[in-house]
Design a protein around this ligand. Structure first.
Ligand code: KIV
Ligand code: NA
Length: 264
């Protein structure tokens, strides 16, 4: 089992092999998800909600991500570990380099993810030159919840979609190694994935992205209350967590998930 690398993800995009991603935050689930063949494990700042019970991701700290990433890293045999840069941990270049360094050195992450539009391009270049693989994050950006005034689908009108595509290209040119696209119309997801050379990982971004990701707790039916439309409970019809995660892996690889009912 060869470990998944940034160049392997690139190769998967070129070959049209779908990239399967999932969040995990601890050793036990890290091991389960890795063994199921998930290619990228995200230690997301969604841990603010699913681990800590917060309303938003804003309170998550670099220490939190380092701690959870290290737990996952102990279990990891194959998957690439991506760790989220928390809110305000990359407001300056110095902070970004120092905190991304911590996620990699202390947390064992292989790539970091950060929110923000085309104006992050310069920062992405600085990080990239320092040897930090970066995944950009466009579309719905939960760290901007108070600027946006809620969680909703982004890029719905033509000009917003054009801006998103422009930003995606800027970030790619700046050295981003992947792009995550959250809550955008399926047509926008398809277009961005088609026009970019780097892998585009979707969540609520339609079936035509290069890869897919979900929040683990949403897809095993562990999230209390409402689950987003783009998710699916893979425990349905399965008798174990391992079977549910394997069903997700197979559904994404085969292009059976997401379907139109999970898309905007
Ligand atoms: O924090 C997270 O889990 C994420 C995913 C929703 C992509 O950023
Ligand atoms: Na996140």
């Amino acid at each position: 089992q060869k470990p998944v690398t940034v160049s392997r993800l690139q190769q998967m995009k070129q070959n049209g092999e779908r990239i399967v991603c999932l969040t995990a935050y601890d050793y036990a689930f890290g091991a389960l998800v890795d063994a199921a063949g998930v290619d990228v494990v995200l230690v997301g700042d969604s841990l603010g909600m699913v681990m800590q019970g917060r309303e938003t991701t804003l309170g998550v700290t670099v220490d939190d991500i380092v701690y959870h990433s290290r737990c996952v890293a102990v279990a990891r045999k194959r998957a690439l570990i991506m760790a989220d840069m928390p809110f305000m941990s990359y407001a300056s270049t110095g902070d970004a380099l120092r905190n991304a360094g911590r996620l990699m050195k202390e947390g064992g992450a292989h790539m970091v993810k950060l929110e923000g539009n085309g104006d992050q391009a310069e920062l992405v270049t600085r990080m990239s030159r320092a040897g930090i693989p970066v995944c950009a994050h466009l579309g719905l950006q939960p760290q901007f919840v108070h600027k946006i005034g809620g969680y909703r689908v982004q890029g719905k009108d033509e000009s917003a979609a054009e801006n998103m595509l422009r930003d995606a290209k800027l970030l790619e040119a700046a050295g981003a190694d992947a792009l995550l696209l959250e809550c955008v119309p399926a047509a926008v997801g398809a277009r961005v994935a088609q026009e970019l050379h780097i892998p585009v990982i979707g969540i609520g971004a339609g079936p035509e992205c290069d890869g897919q990701i979900l929040v683990l707790h949403d897809m095993i039916g562990l999230t209390p209350g409402r689950v987003p439309k783009f998710s699916h409970n893979f425990m349905d019809g399965q008798s174990s967590l391992a079977d549910a995660v394997e069903a997700y892996v197979q559904a994404v690889r085969a292009g059976r998930f997401p379907g139109a009912e999970h898309s905007f």
